[in-house]
Design a protein around this ligand. Structure first.
Ligand code: IMP
Ligand code: MG
Length: 178
């Protein structure tokens, strides 16, 4: 049974859970033996559900922080300039930072935020995306920890929204187009 407005389930709950556990293992292996807490930065709002699950399967000491960016003007064009709507609370200079995003589509948001965080001179900066939609990429980004690659469809659920709705769905579904 899917929600009205959703055409079909693309990624079921058990596949999400397996993916998150796998990413947790990869991230834990990468940062094992870290001498200071990892700073896990979530890109609001889409990443909050994924990040809540992800941090609970990362077995290294960490702290969390959040950043929120928005597009100037009408949000449908993914190439406009971005502004920081809410900045990090912590200083990331000399810290190991893991940026967490719900989905990388054109790559515009991610590459902008990566550049901005790099300018603060972290010791390391790696990125983790739950979903990757490479068919629409216009700004190349290297995703260090990638969940699931999906075809070009608009998806919702597990934190991802359409007009702020559907974030609470426990699965990822394809939005009905009619
Ligand atoms: P990008 O800047 O084009 O990579 O877009 C990234 C942002 O667009 C993501 O953080 C999402 O908020 C949003 N987005 C892109 N594709 C989808 C989708 O299929 N469903 C929901 N949100 C999406
Ligand atoms: Mg988002």
């Amino acid at each position: 049974m899917v929600e009205a407005g959703i055409d079909r389930v693309l990624i079921a709950e058990d596949e999400i859970a397996r993916t998150v556990r796998r990413l947790g293992r990869e991230i834990t292996a990468c940062y094992a033996g870290i001498d200071r807490e990892l700073v896990v930065v979530g890109l609001l709002r889409g990443a909050f559900v994924f990040m809540a699950d992800l941090i609970r399967v990362i077995r290294v000491p960490l702290v969390v922080d959040f950043i929120s960016v928005s597009t100037y003007g009408d949000g449908t064009v993914s190439s406009g300039a971005l502004k920081v709507a809410m900045d990090l609370e912590q200083t990331i200079e000399d810290r190991d930072v893991l940026l967490v995003e719900d989905i990388v589509d054109t790559g515009h948001t991610f590459s902008h935020v990566i550049r901005m965080l790099q300018s603060r001179r972290p010791r390391s900066l790696k990125v983790c995306a739950f979903l990757d939609k490479p068919s629409r990429r216009t700004c190349p980004v290297a995703i260090d920890f990638c969940g699931i690659t999906i075809p070009d469809a608009f998806v919702c659920g597990y934190g991802l929204d359409f007009a702020q709705r559907y974030r609470n769905l426990p699965y990822v579904g394809v939005l009905k187009t009619d």
